[in-house]
Design a protein around this ligand. Structure first.
Ligand code: HEC
Ligand code: HEC
Length: 303
């Protein structure tokens, strides 16, 4: 069982026991179960190290300190020089390959921060026994991997204070994508109605995308009758449910067509008999419903 699964099932177990043995958990919340995590429990989860070094424990080590340890605990998979054994990840080299067809993404060629290396080794390596290294051992192996990438000297002492200052070659390779059509902002007001958004092959970006406003919205297209029909009307009309006249059934439609397009549109917008207004999809724009009516008419009118 993975460490995560183990700790999760442990949490599950304590919760269950708490319920059975005590009847209610200590400091029960709204639902009468669960308990406030202790500082010690939180510390067990709160192990991330940030790019500015926040979260690193005191300590330090040189590549020299890490060499034997790396050989013993890491080289079997990652190779003595970080070249990777078999299909295990390559940890060193690859500089300048990121723009090639087959980029070699390594700690040296790809990673933007040294802090991630400390964090990753600390939480995930060695692969089979994660979180088994002491903080000093993590400093030592981190230093050694940086050394394999020619980023620090063999006798350089990597410490809590200087780790964040290590400049990774690809630190500028990560940036917020500034293309206007890649932002996924949640709309909070004046939002498009779902039924009114049409997906087209020609992307259109609203004017204000350039004016600094971050929101990029699909531009309202003239509704495509067939699509609206499929989405909102076919559920009844395609199968004749509730005697809904089936498009193309000219016998059923000719008396209705005789009422005139305007009347049919009125019926579709406002409802008729058991047909609810807009087929029950009140989010549809009038334009969308009218397009669907026209679609039905085009299928049903005598040729
Ligand atoms: C049993 C094989 C094995 C051993 C031993 C091992 N690793 Fe790994 N290592 C892996 C695998 C597999 C991955 C990829 C894991 C993934 O992507 O989920 C990995 C990923 C990594 C990465 C990230 C590589 C990248 O670019 O994404 C680093 C850094 C790393 N290991 C360092 C170490 C260090 C340091 C040690 C020794 C303390 C070590 N590993 C021991 C198998 C191993
Ligand atoms: C819940 C089933 C249902 C849905 C959904 C539905 N319809 Fe209808 N529709 C009917 C029924 C039943 C009738 C016949 C009503 C009557 O004549 O009493 C009807 C009649 C019509 C008519 C003829 C109106 C007239 O005046 O004779 C049009 C036009 C029409 N539907 C268009 C639409 C469109 C467009 C949609 C989708 C936006 C739609 N319907 C969705 C059940 C439905």
């Amino acid at each position: 069982m993975s460490r995560l699964a183990k700790s999760l099932s442990y949490v599950g177990l304590t919760v269950a026991l708490g319920l059975v043995v005590e009847g209610h958990a200590e400091e029960a919340g709204n639902f009468g179960y669960g308990q406030t995590a202790t500082a010690e429990q939180i510390a067990g989860w709160d192990i991330d190290v940030r790019p500015d070094g926040m979260g690193l424990p005191p300590g330090g080590a040189t590549p020299e300190d890490g060499e034997m340890l790396y050989e013993e605990k890491c080289a079997s998979c990652h190779g003595s020089f970080g070249e990777g054994v078999g299909r295990y990840p390559v940890l060193a080299g690859g500089e300048g390959t990121l723009t090639e067809a087959r980029p070699e993404k390594t700690v040296g060629s790809f990673w933007p921060y040294a802090s991630t290396l400390w964090d990753y080794i600390h939480r995930a390596m060695p692969f089979t026994v994660p979180e088994s290294l002491t903080d000093e051992e993590v400093y030592a192996t981190t230093a050694y991997v940086l050394y394999l990438n020619d980023l620090i000297e063999y006798d350089f002492e990597l410490t809590q204070e200087n780790l964040a200052d290590i400049e990774m070659p690809n630190k500028d390779g990560f940036f917020f994508d500034d293309r206007p059509d890649v932002k996924a902002r949640r709309c909070m007001k004046n939002c498009k109605k779902a039924g009114s958004i049409q997906i087209t092959s020609e992307p259109e970006v609203s004017e204000d995308a350039d004016s600094g406003a971050d929101e990029v919205v699909a531009v309202e297209q003239p509704a495509e009758g067939q699509a609206v029909y499929q989405q909102a009307c076919a559920v009844c009309h395609a199968a004749g449910i509730g005697e809904a006249p089936i498009p193309g059934d000219t016998a059923a439609w000719s008396p209705r067509l005789a009422l005139g397009r305007g009347t049919l549109i009125e019926s579709a917008l406002n409802g008729k008999g058991i047909m609810p207004a807009k087929g029950g999809q009140s989010q549809l724009t009038d334009v969308a419903v009218i397009a669907a009516v026209d679609h039905i008419i085009s299928l049903s009118a005598k040729q």
